[in-house]
Ligand binder design. Sequence first.
Ligand code: UDP
Length: 570
Amino acid sequence: MPISENAKAVLERRYLARNEAGEPIETVDGLFHRVADAVAAADAVFDPKADVAATARAFYGMMTELDFLPNSPTLMNAGRPLGQLSACFVLPVADSMEDIFDAIKNAALIHKSGGGTGFSFSRLRPKGSTVNSTGGVASGPVSFMKVFNAATEAVKQGGTRRGANMGILRVDHPDIMDFITCKNNTSEITNFNISVGITESFMEAVGRDGMYDLVDPATGSSTGQLRARSVFDAIVTSAWQTGEPGILFLDRLNRDNAVPAQGEIESTNPCGEQPLLPYESCNLGSINLVNHLKRTPEGYTLDQDKLERTICTAVHFLDNVIEVNQYPLPQIGETTRATRKIGLGVMGFADMLLYLGVPYDSEEGVALAREVMDTVNTVGHQASRRLAEQRGPFPLFSQSIYKDGAPLRNATVTTIAPTGTLSILAGVSSGVEPVFAYAYIRNVMDNTHLIETNQILKDKLLEAGVYSDALMRQIVEQGSLAHVDGIPEEIRRVFVCAHDVSPIWHVKMQAAFQQYTDNAVSKTVNFPHSASREEVAEVYRLAYTLGCKGTTIYRDGSRSEQVLNIGKVN
Ligand code: UDP
């Protein structure tokens, strides 16, 4: 198995099945057999004569070769009693005490199983409105978010991984200003990512510097007006200060809502890549692009045939997951099976560019993004159509936006996930992000510092005859190759890191992937510490113009507990 020691350690620590005493009862190889067997078993549901063992071998091979990995909950739970296999859920939050606390309970069950939850708080009446039954005063969305946050914090201690939440508030909710700044104290609401749900009429009001209406969701009537530009500036200022809130273009999510008759899409999962209907869940999986390169005498090229084969097996895998999944609530099972959404995406895109010798921040890089994702989307949809011929279309197909075309097995096929853990397991750059750093210091034991180097760069520098420890130390200290002497220009231009890539290129890349993705793209636009608010505003406007479904930005150093630091020797 080509899996690294580091990846093995991650699997052993968090993913292996354990007995009651907490001791692992399987090996890493056993884990992949468990997952392959459990997921392949679904074939027999549709065809009693299916060669389940052959499917299991194909799934096992695809995972152990690290060509494709399903999202973490599938790795952790497939073939085990819990059996909850999806990473993404959206739960409704209706405007009553009962509904609010039901949502908290349901979220806790989902977090316990390794899934993440998204909520729109837009239906809650604003702070200060009356509560009919008691004559009291309502606390408002932000106050309730703190309760959701506390519940997540408690479950975190018992679960396999951190519970993660997305909190959305529409820009026309009367409490929007409180929401925009609710995470400015960075020690609060830490188990949430937050995003403002932006409407097209709001963006239009920003453009003409107009006023827009705030609407009380309980009554449907206007409670007043705000100047759109002031609200937009407040969002930008807060994001510039703390990285939050992000923005989400609600009208755009709903334009791609595959089954509008099922209701409106109001929220996404925690990292923003999966818009879902209330009570819907989605399972994700990512293709490792580095494994889909082939070496020719002229250098590396994309192995189109292998990529197409992996896409087909991956769609088969993800559709099977819907079948064998044990849903945390009956209603989630029903809603999910009605649309059968899956989210196939990619990881290792930036590493692929390094092998191909193409800079991330270039027209050629963006063109390659389009080419690769066009293939994943087109071939993915073909695979889903073939499954529909064998297994039937998703039950709500006749009410879907696809009803006049060939039947599809899945209402959505593609999503670009962050691949936070999967990319570590596969040993490649995460999702479609540029490489964050090419060399960094790892504090192994007290005062023992190891320089960890990106292997692709190391090989390239060795080949060019310029590799040295001193050079690597300079790269660590400067956080980038951009100003390190002694590196040939053609290497410097290709090996760009997240901070060398200008925010505009980050957005262009996100937009290129979005163009060929049914759901959305997980992406953070990185800014240097010195960036101005106007630069952030420009990126938000560009994301809107280029057709992104939302944006998340992060300015270096703007949060004290930042996980990855550039240029810091610890
Ligand atoms: N997620 C979560 N908790 C985590 C990480 C992820 O609930 O600690 C969910 C969340 O919905 C996120 C999705 O899993 O959007 C996919 O994240 P990622 O691709 O990083 O997960 P992986 O499969 O690599 O663990």
